[in-house]
Design a protein around this ligand. Sequence first.
Ligand code: FAD
Length: 328
Amino acid sequence: MQIWVVLEGDDHGLRESSREILTAAGTVTGGVLAVAILLAPNKEDLVKEIMEFGPQTIYLTDEWPQSATGEDFAEFLGELIERESPGLVLAAETLFGRGLLTKTALRYRMPFFPDCISISLGQESLLFEHLCYGERLSAFLTSAPKRPVLATWRVGLVNVKKRSGLNSNVQKLHTPSQRSNLIRFLEEIKADPRTVDLSEAEVIVAGGGGMGSAAGFQLIYELAELIGAAVGGSKLARDNGWIPLTRQIGQTGKLVAPSVIISCGISGATQHTFGMRDAKKIIAINKDKNAPIFKIADAGIVGDVQEVLPELIKRIWEGKENAKPMGA
Ligand SMILES: Cc1cc2nc3c(=O)[nH]c(=O)nc-3n(C[C@H](O)[C@H](O)[C@H](O)COP(=O)(O)OP(=O)(O)OC[C@H]3O[C@@H](n4cnc5c(N)ncnc54)[C@H](O)[C@@H]3O)c2cc1C
């Protein structure tokens, strides 16, 4: 059984979710991972890291033009799969992974099992475990013995494990010169940070129980507006009605991957931090110097949010005023 995994990475490295599926894929067949695909050109550090998981082959592509759409990626992947017919193609259950495999499955009429929590090799075919009925029941699904099968693996369930002493063969694939005509790229419009889907936000200001009240939580909105960030929060903030469910970060909320997240009055419970594992920089403000959030923060301020945030907002305003061009 040949297993392929489709990875996500950028200049900062591989996504944590991609490290997880590289590890998970190895568990399905007792260690053999045939191909890792990165829809990006050769970036030395990325390739070095992928090799540490021991895929036999790594496929890289040329640089994709800015106008490439999800349809183009799906068409490229679908044709590659049809040509080489692997047994299973895996991606992480992320916005990108789910979107790509859904499009590929629909377009190329391939069976697709989204959001699996485990995949194992049964007697004749693969078994896909999927939670249903509000996650109270496990369903074990199996596909007709048709190949290839696509699946996404839920993020956060696997402890990343690298392997050593393995060499991968790196192959470069050319991206198609013709673009899909189903969707046409017209222009890129920057998303409004106040309404952007949290999982796509570049900068997030998040508030938790430490904000004290709905009125106190307004400081989060004020800071976010000032720096063009999206607003998020903990489950407690949601339970208190300060944010809607779509703004809750964590295990039962959104998975976010911003460049910067400013966590204010959030303790750092694992169910919450699970949702922000892919954040590149974490700045925490909490009055308790022993709060768990400081263990994962890149920078921290020990203090009362009702004092720190107004001061921070004031200083940013002052900075903006001073940065105004002469005569403005
Ligand atoms: C099955 C399950 C799923 C869950 N899913 C999620 C989830 O998806 N997302 C999530 O967030 N939680 C989730 N939780 C809840 C989680 O365990 C925590 O209870 C929750 O994250 C706590 O939110 P909090 O840190 O905002 O509040 P608290 O635990 O109340 O922490 C408040 C923090 O603010 C600090 N503070 C208080 N006052 C101030 C002040 N004036 N200035 C500065 N700091 C102050 C305190 O020191 C404390 O650290 C889940 C729990 C379970 C059991």
